[in-house]
Design a protein around this ligand. Structure first.
Ligand SMILES: [Zn+2]
Length: 407
C-alpha cells in the first residue's frame, strides 16, 4: 500500500535557495513542455510526455545548462505531471459537461503551487536518493534537511515532493508500507461520534478530542478585516495577505495532525470501530451544518480511518444514515424523538438516565458495531453474505496521486 505524509521542513538559507531553484527548474520544464505540446498539436503532430522528456533531455545541456544544478527528477517529473494533467483533461472531455473537473493545462506562475519532486530508483547511480533518519530527510544534491516531525510510516520511501505554501517549505514523502499484523491483546470495540463542538467523542472514558477549529479563535476574523482595510497593491496589503495565508496553513496543519493522531489511536487500540455513515454530501444538504462539517473534515476522517484500519486489520462498522445514534437511549433503547441539535444533555423519560449527547451517541455506535461484528462473523462462517448494514470500510488507499496533488 502506498501512503504519504506531509511534513514541515526547516531548511537553512542555502537549502531554501536550492528549493527555490529546483521549483523554478520544474516550473520552467513544465511551461517549456506545455508550449512545445501546444505547438506540436497545432502542427498536427501527436505530442506525448515521454517524447517531450527525451526532447528536453537531448537539448538541455546546450540550451539550458543551469538545469543540471538541481536534481534531474525535477524537470522530468514536471513533464510527467503535465502528461497526467493532459490525461485527466482528455478523460474529462468524454464526460458530460457538469461532471468535468479538469481544465486544459495552464502555464505555471512563479509562487503558485511551487514544488519539485525527487524519486528513489529513478537514478541508477543513486538508488537511495531519498532517505529518512528520524527528523531529517536526505534529498538529491542538497543532502540532509531538517524536518519538524518524524515520518509517521515505516516502509520503503518511493519519492519526495518538496513544496512551498505561504513561505513555508513542506516535504510530502510517499511510502510503500507492508501490512502490519494487528497488535491488540483483546477484541476491543469502540464507538466514535463525530461532532462540531468536540471533534470526536469515544464510547470509552477518554476525554473528547477537541475540535482544532476552536484554536483559531477570532484571529482569522481580525486578520481578514485588517486585510480588507489595506489598500490594494500596497506593501501592507501584501504583508497582511501572507500573514493570513500562514495562519490558514497553520490551522490546516494542526487539524491534520489532530486527525492523524485520532485515527492512528483508534486503529491501534481497537479491533472494531463503529462510526456513523460519513456521507458528507447528505450532511452538506443541511445548510447550517455545511460549513462546520466541512471544517471538521469528516471526509478526511473516514478516509484516514479506512486506510489505517486496512493496515492494522481493524474493522470499521458503519451505521447507516438512518441509525438514530443521538436520539436512542443507550441504557434502555427508548428513542427520544424530541431531541434537538442544541440539546447537549438529555434525560431519558423511560429510565431516567441523564445522557451527554455525544457520549450516548458513541455508546450506541459501539453497541451497534459490537452486534454487527458478531453477526458478520457468524454469517461469514455460515457462508452467507453479510448484512447490508455492515459495510466493510471502503479501503481507499492514499493514492500515489497524493504526491501529485501538491505539484
Ligand atoms: Zn432510557
Amino acid at each position: 500500500m502506498i501512503t504519504a505524509h506531509k511534513i514541515v521542513l526547516d531548511p537553512n538559507p542555502a537549502q531554501e535557495n536550492y528549493f527555490a531553484r529546483a521549483c523554478g527548474t520544474a516550473r520552467f520544464a513544465y511551461n517549456w513542455a506545455l508550449a512545445e505540446w501546444n505547438r506540436q498539436y497545432k502542427a498536427g503532430e501527436r505530442p506525448s510526455e515521454a517524447a517531450l522528456r527525451r526532447q528536453l533531455n537531448s537539448l538541455k545541456d546546450d540550451a539550458f545548462p543551469w538545469m543540471r544544478e538541481v536534481t534531474k527528477n525535477a524537470p522530468q517529473q514536471a513533464i510527467k505531471n503535465l502528461g497526467t494533467a493532459f490525461k485527466n483533461y482528455f478523460a474529462d472531455l468524454k464526460k458530460p459537461k457538469r461532471q468535468r473537473r479538469f481544465r486544459h493545462p495552464q502555464f505555471k506562475k512563479k509562487g503558485k503551487h511551487d514544488s519539485f519532486r525527487a524519486d528513489n530508483g529513478a537514478d541508477k547511480d543513486h538508488p537511495n536518493a531519498v532517505e529518512v533518519d528520524d527528523k531529517r530527510v536526505k534529498l538529491p544534491v542538497i543532502g540532509w534537511v531538517k524536518m519538524r516531525e518524524s515520518l509517521r510510516f515505516v516502509g520503503k520511501i518511493k519519492s519526495a515532493v518538496v513544496s512551498r505554501t505561504a513561505d513555508r517549505w513542506f516535504v510530502s514523502l510517499t511510502v510503500a508500507i507492508e501490512h502490519t499484523p494487528p497488535n491488540r491483546e483483546n477484541q476491543a470495540v469502540v464507538g466514535v461520534d463525530l461532532g462540531i463542538k468536540a471533534l470526536a467523542t469515544l464510547s470509552d472514558d477518554t476525554p473528547p478530542v477537541e475540535n482544532p477549529k476552536a484554536l483559531r479563535g477570532n484571529l482569522k476574523k481580525r486578520l481578514s478585516r485588517s486585510l480588507s482595510r489595506k489598500l490594494k497593491g500596497s506593501a501592507n496589503r501584501r504583508k497582511a495577505k501572507s500573514k493570513l495565508a500562514r495562519l490558514h496553513a497553520r490551522i490546516a496543519n494542526i487539524r491534520n495532525d489532530v486527525m492523524h493522531k485520532l485515527t492512528t489511536d483508534l486503529v491501534t487500540r481497537f479491533a472494531v470501530i463503529g462510526v456513523e455513515d460519513l456521507n458528507v454530501r447528505g450532511m452538506m444538504a443541511n445548510g447550517r451544518l455545511a460549513r462546520a462539517v466541512a471544517d471538521v473534515g469528516m471526509f478526511e476522517f473516514g478516509r484516514q480511518l479506512a486506510y489505517k484500519a486496512a493496515m492494522t486489520g481493524a474493522r470499521v462498522v458503519t451505521a447507516d444514515r438512518w441509525f438514530a445514534s443521538s436520539k436512542t437511549c443507550s441504557a434502555c433503547g427508548h428513542v427520544h424523538t424530541g431531541l434537538t441539535l442544541s440539546d447537549r444533555e438529555w434525560s431519558c423519560v423511560e429510565c431516567g438516565v441523564i445522557h451527554d449527547r455525544d457520549r450516548n451517541a458513541a455508546i450506541n455506535l459501539m453497541n451497534f458495531a459490537a452486534s454487527s461484528a458478531v453477526t458478520a462473523c457468524e454469517e461469514e462462517g455460515a457462508d452467507v453474505s453479510p448484512r447490508t448494514a455492515v459495510k466493510p470500510a471502503s479501503v481507499k488507499q492514499e493514492p500515489e496521486r497524493e504526491a501529485f496533488a501538491y505539484v
